[in-house]
Design a protein around this ligand. Sequence first.
Ligand code: MV4
Length: 445
Amino acid sequence: MFNKILIANRGEIALRIIRTCKELGIKTVAVYSEADKDSLHVTFADEAVCIGPASSKESYLKIPLIISAAQITGADAIHPGYGFLAENASFSEICSESDIKFIGPTPQMINAMGDKAFAKDTMRKNGVPVIPGSDGVINDPEEGKKISEEIGYPVIIKASAGGGGKGMRIVWEKKDFDNAFQMARTEAESAFGNADVYIEKFIENPRHVEIQVLGDMHGNVYHYGERDCSVQRRHQKLIEESPSPVLDQSLREKMGESAILGAHAVNYEGAGTIEFLVDKHKNYYFMEMNTRIQVEHPVTEWVYGVDLVRQQILVAAGQKIETLPRKPNGHAMEFRINAEDPEFGFRPSPGKIQSLHCPGGFGVRVDTHIYTSYSIPPYYDSLIAKLIVWGQNREHAIERGRRALEEFVIEGIKTTIPFHLKVLEDGRFLSGNFDTGFLDHFVYK
Ligand code: MV4
């Protein structure tokens, strides 16, 4: 087992990782920027190293500084959390060259899944359902139009180096194809330095359902069911839940088996997420694979009774996965509390927390790094807390969510708390009958 883990991250996820390390008896090293000197992850870790000024580029993204911090403190592993360097293949590579275990995927896996056209091809060849479309990258617009005629409009043109919604173009009719194709390539080139695009059938009003997988070094892959993340705004998730209101046990097992096939195809090790789109006929299709622990992992933890960060550390140390219940117990929902003003287009609202009261009681978990008098710096992600609630079923989880959101008091800044309370009054949300377009039509007043 590791002796000391350096956490190459900040905020709630850094605390989350430190807590599990403590339970495992592993010492921790925090790294922090000058803007984060008063952060809780610095206080909670056994040791802390300042790695630079506020800007992420000059601190949390500076690979040589993080490696040096690990070497100076004698850390034998690095946990990257999510964001920052979590899916950076060269960071993973430099860690292993420096004899530091990277608690995450190998550079090969990151590259294989980061190339979206290649990832899709790998999944298709291994029997995972994929969205009908081109086999790989398309360079010639005439070929693109031929494929689009075959699969039928509307189609979507996606950047192969993209993901998370960047560099996509929907084409509704043949006459618009050439223009969209050109624009998609230009956008992809300027955003990712790679103009490659591929084409697929555009699935209207899908749900975003992702499967949590875990692989070990001995060739075992396990899944922990799904998370439904259909409540998103501009590709930013706001509410996630497990189980999904649209899956039954049989579809869950089918999607789980597909996710396991996909993970086996790339000899996946560690925690990963396979994202699927589910259409209105409950067909499901592979979309992307994320090779990291995700923000929304706690909903899975609750309904499957598993500490996913602990599992990540154990498999990184070479242990076999322990088998756990394959059926979800009850229902968990996560509400992302962001320092944003929902009344003004979710504009950032950094500043000082004048007073704070976190909800508690049965079935409530709050993962946060904020405290009274803490100043939220303007330089980073606006996520300041995650409220996760559990109930025996979806209705119960919603009642508890409402109760906990009402108990939550954060003064001094604007947050998404009142927005969540409004969503919990919406008939479509309450009935479970919504898709990824839900927030496009949702009126927040
Ligand atoms: C799609 C799609 C419909 N059809 N692909 C958005 C993020 C990126 N991972 C892929 N995305 C989509 N791909 C096909 N063929 C609709 C989306 C999409 C979406 C997906 C999941 C969650 C929210 C979304 C919001 C808009 C579009």
